[in-house]
Design a protein around this ligand. Structure first.
Ligand SMILES: C[S@@+](CC[C@H](N)C(=O)[O-])C[C@H]1O[C@@H](n2cnc3c(N)ncnc32)[C@H](O)[C@@H]1O
Length: 285
């Protein structure tokens, strides 16, 4: 693989990929609704050829395979070896013929005009050079072929991300993050999505705002829900990364803040937080 996207390739084959693997079922349940909205917009048809970009452990590739049926085909591409390993195991267990390819999706990988549809659930926000990446991907679409993906709206609209960080902010200086840097919120601005896709040769670009609750914790009662959320927030996501870098005393204080905040948020059986995405569709022009 190349120097492009090197940080992401390292991350998704290292600690980030391992955490995603461990919590894959949990993450699949949390992100299912947003993926469904994008799958509905993609409207994969029997017989179509489809690429699932940044397919991870394969959940949406399997949905696409069911939609295109035996007459169609689905390829999942991802840079993460551990996640693709899980995807292949799941495909075998489900009896679904999906091809999973370990590669950087922004590189020339496929012959031109191979696919009817390019799809992604949260797998297209990690490119160092999004215009170049989407332009490369566009070449793999048949003329008039479709692009459909889900990406997160801004952190201010995603409480599941913002609230845990807010809880620890009294103890830890939160680093300032370039909102356009590769990461979950790189395509949060609608104008940027339009600019990137337009410059990459897509037309008919449409964004549809989607919202669904993101269940940060679940349990039999509020205490159990808060404990579940605490457990997860400490393991996956930005809080986990920040806390790992602190000394023991600071970490203990921040963890206590987090525990208190989550318990306050917990209602009967769960902590439901706002999650907001863009469902984006476009066509190769
Ligand atoms: C947030 S995860 C989403 C995974 C999956 N689509 C899902 O919804 O469960 C982002 C995925 O994009 C992959 N990824 C990041 N950069 C990539 C690139 N340049 N080419 C291919 N995959 C990439 C990561 O390895 C990771 O599996």
């Amino acid at each position: 693989m190349t120097a492009a996207n090197k940080q992401q390739i390292d991350d998704w084959n290292g600690a980030v990929g391992e955490r995603w693997l461990t919590y894959n079922d949990w993450l699949d349940r949390r992100t299912e609704a947003y993926g469904r909205a994008a799958l509905a917009a993609a409207a994969a048809q029997p017989g179509e050829t489809v690429l699932d970009i940044g397919c991870g452990a394969g959940a949406t590739a399997f949905e696409l395979a069911r939609a295109v049926g035996a007459g169609g085909s689905v390829v999942g591409v991802d840079v993460s070896e551990p996640l693709l390993g899980r995807a292949r195991e799941r495909a075998a267990a489900l009896g679904l013929a999906v091809e999973f390819r370990l590669a950087d999706a922004s590189r020339p990988l496929f012959e031109p005009a191979r696919f009817d549809l390019l799809f992604s659930r949260f797998g297209v926000m990690f490119f160092d050079d999004p215009v170049a990446a989407f332009a490369e991907l566009r070449k793999t679409l048949k003329p008039g072929g479709r692009l459909a993906f889900a990406c997160w709206q801004a952190p201010e609209r995603n409480d599941w991300y913002r609230w845990p960080l807010r809880a620890i902010a009294a103890e830890i200086d939160l680093p300032s993050v370039d909102p356009r840097a590769p990461g979950p919120f790189a395509l949060a601005e609608p104008e940027r999505i339009e600019q990137v896709l337009g410059a990459a040769g897509f037309g008919a670009i449409e964004l549809s705002a989607f919202q669904a609750p993101f269940y940060l914790g679940e349990g039999e009662d509020p205490d159990a829900a808060a404990a579940d959320a605490y457990d997860q927030v400490l393991r996956v996501g930005p809080v986990a990364r920040l806390l790992a870098a602190q000394d023991e005393a600071v970490r203990a204080r921040a963890e206590a803040r987090l525990r208190g905040a989550l318990r306050e948020l917990a209602r009967e059986r769960g902590i439901a937080m706002m999650g907001a995405t863009w469902t984006v569709t476009a066509r190769a022009v």
